[in-house]
Design a protein around this ligand. Structure first.
Ligand SMILES: Cc1cc2nc3c(=O)[nH]c(=O)nc-3n(C[C@H](O)[C@H](O)[C@H](O)COP(=O)(O)OP(=O)(O)OC[C@H]3O[C@@H](n4cnc5c(N)ncnc54)[C@H](O)[C@@H]3O)c2cc1C
Length: 397
């Protein structure tokens, strides 16, 4: 029997939506609030490695997602100095067999739509938009009272409060964590190109990674192969928070100058008409996340740089672990949340640190870049994949 008081989730990003589904599927009612009036994902792609796809499949989203995903056959690594493929890590069947779940790439809007469709079909989940969670106070009886502005002020009693309110989480600060996000001095430029506008090799089912001194580039097909997702990451001091500042094509092309970058990456950068950019931030790992019946999830807990493509994957993993902890200890929500944090802290901290390290390696220049090229060639594609066994091989409790 579902308990009377719901679990409240603040934030309906990928983390919050997945948590709502996972918790409701364990028999607990969920109310989820998002401050946005409408839920619109940015027009960009996302990689879903096997540790994430396994959770989504376990939530019964396979059929909804299969329609939209692309299964990349390989990860190809190239450098600015040469258009030659330096290393190929097998994905596709090789990853699915090795990890027991597929490696997918998908448009963020398609992932969000699949999550929302499942959530709206679930009788124990209520979603409120235009509703900001801005305060909470623990109750005497182990639950929590949650303050919501929508636009009037409302109070809800809940079994637990999950703050899935993203990188700039106010609830994290309300929990006493005053550390500010750390600016990485890099900007991600993102765009989608019509697959028909790029050469066949550039729209092949593969994740392509181009490495250069002060920039790198990732591109892969999404939306069943009809679009190509392009992410160009450049060194920059522009640091405005937010996800949707417009960017001008000539400005990003100028960062990948002819002579320093081969024709193929420049062609993919020239293809999209519209660009958006955002400044990259992360934070250092946090030892203790929550207090009493309140905890953090996703970017609110462990924001990381995108160089490991694991931010959303970690939020999806959080959701599965949290749902299990809450369902096993529904009479002791605070104990359940501390158990969840203990299970998640070490792994998410490792991912945060690995993402920072990848960033340093991606942007090596000069002699260090040469060493990287030699190391990559020596490592070979298979090893490129298997060194991430600790990440991709994870399975929910
Ligand atoms: C360039 C780039 C590429 C990336 N690529 C990948 C990738 O390939 N794979 C991967 O796994 N990850 C990737 N990531 C990371 C991933 O996008 C994030 O980790 C993930 O989206 C975080 O989800 P979230 O639900 O925790 O937070 P968010 O998506 O930020 O959602 C937070 C939600 O909370 C709402 N909100 C905020 N405050 C409140 C409040 N007080 N009350 C109610 N609602 C509130 C917001 O409106 C928002 O909807 C990438 C990130 C970047 C920048």
């Amino acid at each position: 029997m579902p308990s009377a008081r719901p679990v409240i989730i603040a934030g309906a990003g990928i983390g919050g939506l997945t948590a709502a589904l996972a918790i409701a599927q364990r028999g607990l009612p969920v109310t989820i609030f998002d401050q946005a009036e409408r839920l619109e994902e940015v027009g960009a792609g996302i990689q879903l490695s096997p540790n994430a796809s396994r959770v989504l499949l376990g939530l019964g989203l396979g059929e909804r997602l299969q329609r939209h995903v692309v299964v990349p056959e390989e990860l190809r690594v190239m450098t600015a100095e040469s258009a030659r493929v330096l290393a190929r890590a097998p994905l596709g069947d090789a990853a699915a067999q090795r990890y027991g779940a597929p490696y997918w790439v998908i448009h963020r809007g398609d992932l969000q739509a699949a999550l929302l469709e499942a959530l709206r079909a679930h009788p124990d989940i209520t979603l409120h938009l235009g509703a900001r969670v801005d305060d909470f106070a623990p109750d005497d009886d182990e639950g929590v009272t949650v303050g919501v502005l929508a636009p009037d002020r409302y109070q809800y009693r809940a079994l637990a409060l999950i703050a899935a309110d993203g990188l700039w989480s106010r609830l994290r600060a309300r929990l006493g964590h005053r550390d500010a996000p750390r600016f990485a001095r890099h900007t991600a430029w993102r765009a989608l190109a019509d697959a028909g506008a790029v050469e066949a090799d550039l729209r092949a089912p593969a994740v392509n990674l181009w490495l250069g001194g002060d920039a790198h580039l990732v591109h892969y097909p999404v939306r069943g192969g009809r679009l190509v997702n392009v992410v160009a990451i450049v060194r920059d001091d522009w640091r405005e928070p937010g996800w949707s500042a417009p960017g001008e094509r000539p400005d990003i092309l100028a960062r990948y100058r002819a002579g320093r970058w081969p024709e193929a990456p420049r062609a993919i950068l020239a293809a999209p008409r519209q660009w958006h950019k955002w400044a990259l931030y992360d934070r250092a790992p946090l030892a203790v996340w929550g207090e009493g019946p309140v905890t953090l999830l996703g970017d609110a807990a462990h924001p990381m740089l995108p160089y490991l493509a694991q931010g959303a994957a970690m939020a999806i993993e959080d959701a599965a672990v949290l749902a299990c902890a809450l369902s096993e200890r529904r009479d002791d929500p605070a104990g359940a949340l501390r158990g969840y944090e203990r299970q998640r802290h070490w792994r998410t901290a490792r991912a945060q640190r690995a993402a920072r390290r990848n960033g340093a390696v991606y942007h090596l220049a000069g002699a260090a870049a040469l060493m990287r090229r030699l190391a990559l060639a020596a490592m070979g594609g298979r090893r490129l994949l298997t060194r991430y066994d600790w990440l991709y091989g994870w399975a929910p409790p």
